[in-house]
Design a protein around this ligand. Structure first.
Ligand code: MTE
Length: 333
């Protein structure tokens, strides 16, 4: 079946990728002798495209079956609901941002190259004792639950998905930070052998993001190990990512290997690339436009409608208090 209407969330990448990145890439391609920009990929014209990508890696060999698979589906925590339909699983797992595997949204197949076992997570910096733990042992020490959250990308597409995981506050308790810690810096893996995007040296790899300790202790801050009642797949950030639903999606780091507790506000991947466009707080606000586009509306994946974006992505009651004493800091940037 032909798609006659192309929704806005299917925009070519060049319209949403930060300008600085595109300028650098253009310069590089030019230097390499290519006349055109290589990655302005338009949306696929065939509806079956998403079905083809579903389970893009195909069945995994036995050795790669997730050792925590028996923990899914976890009981749903009904306190976290969204009065909008769930996004179709095939869309949420095939329309992704994961720059480590390319600037296209269609990285699901490529991301299967990421080895997600064995996987370790390191806790360091201002902690009682630095430690590195195996992901399966870590997950089994936590109590998993499912929560339905909104997710709002800074590019204006959005989705509603059932994440499985545990509160970030539980991970903080496990890490045992010392009293001086004020921020957590979260870091993604670095493995250019499998992640082709990480061979592109104009990006400041690895992908890094940060939160304050107060944000980390907010009950909404959620560590994610599963999606749609199953272990999370590579393209969505396996085996461990975060969901911070009141912030733009770029704060929700994927495939985390390190949590560093610190007293200094960390910089981030996007702040380093385009400091005039991306800041530390990145709280969703429809009234504060991105320097190059409005944030007033959003387009839910899979629909043709645009809907109004909500302050703090609809979570103001839970999180507005975190920012009341921050004076004139640009908390929506
Ligand atoms: N984490 C890493 N390591 N690399 C990325 O490119 N993209 C971010 C965020 N986390 C990104 C990342 C952005 S911009 C968004 S919107 C979300 O992941 C997308 O998550 P999803 O693909 O599961 O929808």
């Amino acid at each position: 079946m032909q798609i006659h209407h192309k929704p806005r969330w299917a925009l070519p990448e060049r319209e949403v990728t930060p300008e600085a990145v595109f300028r650098n890439r253009r310069a590089l391609l030019k230097a390499a002798g290519f006349g055109i920009l290589g990655a302005g990929i338009a949306a696929p014209a065939q509806a079956g495209f998403f079905d083809n990508l579903l389970g893009a890696g195909g069945a995994k060999p036995d050795a790669e079956v997730d050792p925590t698979a028996d923990l899914y589906p976890a009981p749903r925590n009904e306190a976290y609901q969204v009065m909008r339909p769930l996004t179709d699983e095939s869309l949420a797992t095939s329309y992704n941002n994961f720059y480590e595997f390319g600037t296209s949204k269609r990285i699901a197949a490529e991301s299967q190259k990421l080895p997600i076992r064995p996987w370790t997570v390191t806790f360091d910096g201002m902690v009682e004792e630095e430690k590195t733990v195996d992901i399966d042992s870590l997950i089994r020490q936590m109590t998993l639950e499912e929560r339905v959250y909104r997710h709002r990308c800074v590019e204006t597409w959005s989705m509603v998905v059932p994440w499985t995981g545990f509160p970030l506050a539980d991970l903080v308790a496990f890490a045992k930070p010392t009293s001086g810690a004020r921020y957590i810096r979260m870091e993604t893996f670095l493995n250019p052998d499998v992640a082709s995007g990480q061979r592109q040296s104009w990006y400041p790899w690895p992908y890094v993001e940060g939160v304050t300790m107060e944000e980390a202790m907010n009950p909404l801050a959620f560590m994610v190990t599963g999606l749609y009642g199953k272990p999370i797949e590579e393209q969505n950030g396996a085996p461990l990512r975060i969901a911070l639903p009141w912030k733009y999606g770029f704060k929700s780091v994927k495939s985390i290997v390190r949590f560093t507790f610190t007293d200094k506000q960390p910089s981030s991947f996007w702040m380093d690339i385009a400091p005039s466009e991306y800041g530390f707080w990145a709280n969703v606000n429809p009234e504060v436009p991105h320097p190059r586009w409005s944030q007033a509306m959003e387009e839910p994946l899979g629909g043709n409608d645009r809907i109004p974006t909500l302050l703090y992505n609809g979570y103001a009651e839970e999180v507005a208090g975190l920012y009341k004493d921050l004076g004139d800091q640009k908390i929506f940037f």
